[in-house]
Design a protein around this ligand. Structure first.
Ligand code: GLN
Length: 400
């Protein structure tokens, strides 16, 4: 659903108008097919964590996803092999070098899975003859529609991509890459040639930002922990040798591609896609970087932006006779549970209180850490002779 006249679209449109005159940067041409891109195309799309869509500018035209496939291929490898095994083959450090650098650490591993060498390795880790189909179908599930390969872009890179072949061979020599180099490189070229729109990028980003559930289709595509690992890697390494500056100025886990797209996933808030082909020296879209800088500022999307006052988990506290009722609300994480526990512990000091009821009707979710903390406090209350019960009519405590 596109939200037509509303304040979010107006902000996106204003940002687009401000950023549009930037005329720096060059369209990538080392993959000959990419050189045909129109440098004036510029679109922004955002999908909220609730699945609502906001757009400005050119958002329908397709382009090849290029390196923006890398976080998703990493995610598949993590789900298939587990985090530790994947990182036996590829590091997690920003390389401080361009995306196509010969980057191998002292263990023979590429610095991270967001640069070409690392992505060729993570591709090689994905098992089975249908490897590319699994990658395509994961990208599609994250976008919420079936995506396909632009064969011209694929062929163009397959013919010109000898640097990537060389990286594959170096990774094989160092022991990081598994299996035949040419097969891994071919599947890497194909994944880079998958066609998307800027709206697709926003939905894919929103899937990562929503803990692995595509907020438009409502389907779980990745498990929560994989989504978190992927966002962490993007936060540290997604913008190549601009990762540090990006963290300072924008602070949204992101990934860029040489066709001019940037995917940015603001955890719990928005998935954002921007597309404008001219690139800066690091290979990031000039207008894309500028637009995300403004968007992060205007909507407080920096991941380290803290609320002035964390929301209180206490909806109300009542005391009738000797019974204390503590009504909680919202999301109970460790910090919220710590506040609740300290309120409950005070009951032990109050000789009038003989029972405690913790009421969860207004609670939307419980983290494992919060659950453990509350359970420990209920045991302490029982040990102190106070009858402690939890009223959980919606079963939020068991759900995750
Ligand atoms: N297919 C491109 C390459 O390997 C992807 C690079 C990128 O988008 N940064 O060179």
């Amino acid at each position: 659903m596109v939200e037509e006249n509303n304040p979010v679209n107006t902000v996106l449109e204003r940002i687009r108008t401000e950023v549009r005159p930037l005329a720096d940067g060059r369209v990538a041409d080392y993959i000959p097919e990419l050189a045909h891109a129109d440098p004036n195309i510029f679109g922004i799309a955002a999908i909220s964590a609730h699945g609502r869509r906001y757009v400005a500018g050119d958002v329908e035209g397709p382009f090849s996803v290029q390196s923006i496939s890398k976080p998703f291929v990493y995610a598949i490898a993590v789900e298939e092999h587990g985090f530790d095994t994947v990182h036996d083959h590829v590091g997690a450090e920003p390389s401080g070098q361009p995306f196509n650098a010969i980057s191998l650490d002292e263990h023979g591993r590429p610095a991270n899975p967001m640069i070409n060498a690392g992505a060729i390795v993570t591709t090689s880790l994905i098992k089975g003859e249908d490897r590319f189909e699994r990658i395509r179908s994961m990208l599609s599930a994250c976008a919420g529609r079936e995506l396909s390969v632009n064969e011209d872009v694929y062929r163009s890179e397959a013919e010109a991509g000898h640097g990537n072949r060389a990286l594959g061979h170096l990774c094989l020599a160092g022991g990081a890459l598994v299996g035949p180099v040419e097969e891994a490189v071919q599947d890497y070229f194909r994944q880079c040639a998958v066609e998307v729109t800027v709206t697709d990028l926003a939905v894919m980003a929103a899937t990562l930002a929503s803990g692995g559930v595509n907020p438009v289709t409502g389907k779980r595509v990745l498990n929560r922990r994989t989504a978190r690992h992927t966002l962490s890697i993007m936060a540290g390494c997604g913008m190549y040798d601009r990762a540090g500056e990006w963290g300072l100025r924008v602070g949204i886990p992101a990934k860029s591609g040489v066709s001019g797209g940037i995917l940015a996933a603001a955890p719990g808030a928005f998935g954002i896609g921007v597309f404008s082909p001219p690139l800066d020296h690091a290979g990031n879209s000039v207008r894309g970087v500028a637009a995300l800088e403004r968007l992060s500022e205007d909507y407080d999307l920096h991941m380290l932006q803290l609320p002035t006052e964390p929301p209180s988990p206490l909806h109300s506290v009542s005391c009738h006779g000797g019974s204390l009722g503590v009504h909680l609300r919202g999301e109970i994480d460790f910090l919220a549970a710590e506040q609740v526990v300290s309120r409950l512990a005070a009951a032990v000091e109050d000789a009038r209180i003989t029972s405690v009821v913790v009421e969860l009707e207004r609670v939307s979710g419980f983290s494992d850490a919060a659950r453990a903390l509350l359970a420990a406090e209920l045991t302490d209350l029982a040990d102190a002779g106070i009858e402690a019960t939890v009223s959980d009519p919606r079963g939020v405590q068991g759900a995750n």
